[in-house]
Design a protein around this ligand. Structure first.
Ligand code: DGL
Length: 295
């Protein structure tokens, strides 16, 4: 069990603590990016388990173990709320993480992504693309069907998108060809046969928003593309307000605000983490804000 007792009794009031996020690597920075936009007064502690990435190809028990270790590291450092900024991790381990962090809100990306999809669809036919682990666990399907029991869902694992995004191959013939290979069976082929296609496509992997243009072209006209990042940030903002934990929202007992500050922990290769992280976060990362840790 990860005990969070030290958090509320630590020197700084709980409200001043950072929001903790973890992902298998740098992909969760697409979630961090949305959180920085929507929660400009908050500070963040982001852990990327790059030494053991990818999670998406691993078995559920292995991913669960990694997640519990990542969460323990963040809790040990002091955080006020934990965001599981990885679809595979959320699908494999959200209830286990919630049970391991009593007294702390643990927010995953699957429910906010499913919510965004259900709000966007008009026809009730939704496509979900993700890593093999997320698709195998059916977490998105279950979350969508809970909200919309008559939804029709086409789910597909697109594991190579992860490597494409990491290699910075976001546009061009390779990205287009791979997107077509994965998505033609869901969109182009049925369309050519006069069949209905999904009107909403969920990017249920942290890496896929980087390939949004290539994916959108392969999906074709009239398909709304959604991801979890901004919905997750909205959910976190609402939770912090409800729990009176939002920075700058109440008497901050004299603590200076350091808005938007982010610190990073990585389990491997600081220079690569920094380089890749900038691609996903969209802003420079100062090397002095990145620390190598062991889980
Ligand atoms: N972050 C993972 C996800 O959102 C993708 C990368 C991985 O497989 O570790 O599913």
């Amino acid at each position: 069990m990860i005990t969070t007792q030290g958090i509320s009794s630590s020197l700084s009031p709980q409200r001043e603590l950072p929001i903790g996020l973890f992902d298998s690597g740098v992909g969760g920075m697409t979630v961090l990016r949305a959180m920085r936009e929507q929660l400009p007064n908050e500070s963040f502690l982001y852990l990327g388990d790059t030494a053991r990435m990818p999670y998406g190809t691993k078995g559920v028990e292995t991913v669960r173990k990694y997640c519990l270790e990542a969460a323990a590291k963040l809790v040990e450092r002091g955080i006020k709320l934990l965001v599981v900024a990885c679809n595979t991790a959320t699908a494999a381990a959200l209830p286990q993480l919630q049970a391991a962090c009593p007294g702390m809100d643990v927010v995953g990306v699957v429910e906010p992504g499913a919510e965004a999809a259900c709000r966007a669809t008009r026809s009730g036919y939704i496509a979900v693309i993700a890593t093999s682990g997320t698709i195998r666990g059916r977490a998105y399907e279950e979350a969508i069907l809970r909200r919309m029991p008559d939804a029709r869902i086409s789910a597909k694992a697109c594991p190579l998108f992860v490597s494409m995004a990491e290699d910075g191959l976001l546009e061009g013939p390779l990205a287009e060809a791979l997107a077509a290979r994965y998505l033609d069976p869901i969109f182009r082929n049925p369309r050519e046969q006069g069949l209905e296609v999904p009107d909403t496509l969920v990017l249920a992997c942290t890496h896929f928003p980087l390939l949004r243009n290539a994916i959108a072209r392969a999906a074709g006209e009239g398909v709304t593309i959604v991801d979890s990042a901004s919905n997750t940030a909205r959910e976190v903002r609402a939770l912090l307000q409800k729990k009176h934990l939002a920075r700058g929202s109440g008497p901050n007992v004299g603590m200076p605000l350091c808005p938007g500050s982010v610190r990073f922990l990585t389990t491997d290769d600081v220079p690569r983490f920094t380089r890749m992280g900038e691609l996903f976060l969209g802003i420079p990362i100062a090397p002095c804000t990145v620390e190598l840790v062991e889980l």
